[in-house]
Write a protein that binds this ligand. Sequence first.
Ligand code: FE
Ligand code: FE
Ligand code: ZN
Length: 303
Amino acid sequence: MIIGSHVSFGKEQLLGSVKEAISYGANTFMFYTGAPQNTIRKDIDNSLTKEAIKLMEDNNILIDKVICHAPYIVNLANNLDSAKYDFGINFLKGEIARCESLEIKYLVLHPGSSVGLERNIAMDNIIFALNKIITKDTKTMILLETMAGKGTEVGSSLEEIKYILERVNIKDKIGVCLDTCHLNDAGYDMSKFDLFLKMFDDMIGISYIKCIHINDSKNILGAHKDRHANIGYGTIGFNSLINIINNETLKNVPKILETPYTGNNEEDKERLYPPYKFEIDMIKKGEFNSNLINDIKEFYMVK
Ligand code: FE
Ligand code: FE
Ligand code: ZN
């Protein structure tokens, strides 16, 4: 089982991420190279990267399965503000260069939102941008994430993902990241995952799936909302998520948790703790923990 979670990338950069992943009992992880909401990025410190890679080797963390996530404010779908669109393209070229120096193979990207444009035009903007970003020398693969269809998000149907993939020129540097919460909110029933996978394979091809975000959802099937819930505490449920995690054909695909911090009432932001250590434990055991929130609270409060 290749499982990990979203972790931070702070002062110690990748080394800090690795330490955090180890504390959760993970064998992979996902990070942003800075804040997800902005594009301010520091230079990569190669000595920290070296230490991080050594620490990964010593702790059975699989660097080939580690994921970087692009900031979600980059929007390749809309070019009404051409300076902003060009900035997005250049930023992602830089992000790929950062990934390459960190030896990271995969960069997850939200396709974007059409905001005021026709969806077909928005998709063509994404394709044009991807063909500028991905060159024959690119080493890091871009993974388009399946979206919930909140607002004007593009990439909330397999048809749209397929349309974009088919038009990206360099096929071996583009893939897909499934997100179970997003798929549920987009209207794909995760309790019938085998059917979904068959459909995905017929339309796109299973080999394009390089990462899966494992999240429960706070909303019902087809709600187009995108609010993640802790594993087993949402509308998808523990059994359906475990079934996806244990899918034999997707065995070598990294599974990444992006579930919300918890441990207290959600309004009390000061006292929220990462759920990942306990969710990973529950997933490895294959047994739902109905006391999850309390276990998390107890563990982090005594520290
Ligand atoms: Fe995402
Ligand atoms: Fe996601
Ligand atoms: Zn989401």
